[in-house]
Structure formats: C-alpha cells, structure tokens
Design a protein around this ligand. Structure first.
Ligand SMILES: Nc1ncnc2c1ncn2[C@@H]1O[C@H](COP(=O)(O)OP(=O)(O)O)[C@@H](O)[C@H]1O
Ligand SMILES: [Mg+2]
Length: 321
C-alpha cells in the first residue's frame, strides 16, 4: 500500500554545514498494518513522516501509495493519509475542541447534519465532551493530543501517520492515547505508521518495527521476531562463587555488552554471545579461574535494551548480534 524507496533528504541552509537527515531509506507498509518507526532523537523520524505526507520534498527517492508517486502527485497522497505531527500545533489554538472538529469536518465537506452526529461521537470516544467549549490552548497536553488525533480522523483516510503520539504526555495520558490508538485499529482496521523514540510504545502498539539511525534503516522486523532474535543470544550465567576482580574485568572487556553483578557470594554474568564459540570461550575462562557454574539461562531481553543494543551496535559499526 505504501512503498518508500531510497528516500534521501539533505537539509541545506546558507552558511551551515548540510545535514543528511535521510540517507536512502526504503520500506513498505501493507494495508491494515500497524508499523512503528523507532529511532533515537535526530534519527530522521519526523523527516520521514513529513516526506510521506508531502510536507517536505525529499532530495531524492520515491514515495508510492497504491502505486501512485505521491511526490509527483501530492494531491493523491493528501487524500490517502492524514497525519498528527510532533508537538502541539496540529489544532487551532484559539478554537474550542468542538470548533476544531467542526472546522476540520467542514474542510472535508461533511454535511452539516452528518457533521453534528459525527462530532458528538468523536467527543464521546475521545472523552472530550466536558471540555468541548474550552479553547485548545487551555487544554492539557494529553487532551490537545487527543483532539489532534480526533481531528485527523475526521479526514476519514485509510492511512494514519502519527509522529511521537505520546511524547510529552504523563503516564496516564500516554496510556489513554495508546488505548485509543489500539481501539481505533481494532474498530476501523486503519493502516497506522507511528514514530517513537520509546521502544515500549512501539512494543505495545505495533506488529512490526522499522528501526532507523543516522538516516538509515537498521532493522525491519516483527516485534516478536526481534525479541526472538535476541533471546537466542542473551544468556545469564549464575555462578556458585564470586568472581576475582581481574576475571570480572577480563570478561567485561572481551565480551560485548556483558555485565557482571555480585549477589552476595554469587556472581551473575549477563552477556550477549554471538556464536557457540564465544559460549565455550566464556566457559573456559570460568573453568580456568575455578569458578563453578550453577546455571545458564536464556535471558528474556528487555525490548528497550534490544533497541539500545541495535542502535549502539550500529554506531560502533559492528553487527548487533
Ligand atoms: N529543517 C531542518 N533544517 C536542518 N536540519 C534539520 C531540519 N529538520 C531536521 N533536521 C536535522 O535532521 C536530522 C533528523 O531530524 P528529525 O527528522 O527531526 O529526527 P527525529 O524526528 O528522529 O528526532 C537531525 O539531525 C536534525 O537536526
Ligand atoms: Mg522527531
């Protein structure tokens, strides 16, 4: 449904070094999929989303929706997707919640009669009824974000782009926003592409995740697939003794992303092992210093850890596995 190919964006400002925000990004999204675009700050998420919705013109590359090049045909793209951009400027500051919804509905040419019922429904679903007469600028950040999402739905497009939908929201508002997105997907089957720098949000909402860093795609996999991939290589060695200081230092030096913790008289080693060979290397080191191994377990990797590892691995230009 959406196909992005070789998307590149170089920002050029007079007197400043150019910034290659996107460096040949390619991916595709099928109808009905919920895909996360994950990456640290400055990775290029907002730039990607703005290219998708036609707000900026890429330096090179292609965006196709249903086979139509939307960079050449921006009107076609506009009819296919709506976006909630990062920050709080998606709605009109001085209009009330109801007026904002009414304005966007009017823009879409929804008849006055249908509009009333529709707006009523949106105010109810988004629990904005009691604030329907408050100007957007006086709403809490969470309410503004809900209103922005409601306004983007008014357009009735198949594809929804959400840039950092939970950024700046408190725990409760973030939870509510995620629930709203989930029920939206369940009830309407919308295709959603959302960006976040927070792995937990992506894990909670998306089936698939595209990780970008420095303007490049690092990983494109299902959330389950990523967890599985890392589960295989994450081990926890529990020892019967504590580890001599120099052995501890050696392990932490020689094994990528290893961590030794002491639990009373017992040491634990959490480590990523890239191959069976490395597994035996570690066993050898422990044998040589006479440390008895109590147990070896696969560690359930934390999704946030996985993300950090992938991004860190990419920065070090080594295979994350
Ligand atoms: N309008 C702009 N002019 C110049 N550089 C920009 C502009 N917008 C973003 N950038 C730069 O492009 C890179 C990617 O930014 P962005 O897409 O906003 O990343 P993200 O949303 O992942 O944090 C960053 O280095 C950022 O500083
Ligand atoms: Mg951004």
């Amino acid at each position: 449904m959406v196909k992005v190919e070789g998307l590149t964006k170089v920002y050029r400002h007079k007197g400043k070094p150019e910034v290659r925000a996107l460096d040949g990004i390619s991916f595709s999204i099928d109808r009905g999929e919920v895909v996360g675009l994950l990456g640290p700050n400055g990775a290029g998420k907002t730039t990607t989303i703005k290219c998708l919705c036609g707000l900026i013109v890429p330096t090179s590359g292609m965006v196709m929706i249903d086979g139509v090049d939307t960079i050449k045909n921006p009107r076609f793209g506009m009819g296919k997707l709506s976006a909630v951009l990062e920050g709080n400027r998606n709605v009109y500051w001085r209009l009330t919640s109801r007026e904002n919804l009414s304005f966007f509905a009017g823009m879409m040419g929804i008849s006055r009669r249908r509009r009333a019922a529709y707006i009523e429904e949106l105010l109810r679903i988004f629990r904005l009824k009691e604030k329907e007469r408050s100007q957007a600028r006086y709403l809490s950040r969470g309410m503004q974000q809900k209103l922005a999402l409601a306004c983007s739905l008014v357009k009735g497009t198949e594809i929804l782009l959400l840039d950092e939908p939970t950024l700046g929201l408190d725990v409760e508002a973030s939870y509510e926003m995620r629930q709203l997105i989930k029920s939206l997907v369940a009830d309407t089957g919308k295709t959603v592409f959302l960006s976040s720098h927070d792995m937990k949000v992506v894990e909670d909402l998306c089936q698939r995740v595209i990780i970008i860093n420095n303007g490049k795609v690092v990983t494109d996999d299902t959330v389950k697939g990523l967890q599985q991939l890392f589960k295989v290589s994450s081990y926890r060695f529990s020892l019967e003794d504590s580890l001599p200081g120099e052995v501890k230092a050696q392990i932490e030096r020689e094994f990528r992303l290893s961590k030794v913790t002491e639990d009373g008289a017992n040491a634990q080693i959490d480590v990523e092992l890239s191959s069976a060979e490395r597994f035996y290397d570690l066993v050898d080191i422990l044998k040589r210093c006479g440390c008895a191994i109590d147990s070896i377990d696969h560690k359930e990797p934390d999704f946030e850890e996985i993300f950090l590892k992938i991004v860190k691995g990419e920065d070090e230009k080594v295979n994350p596995l």
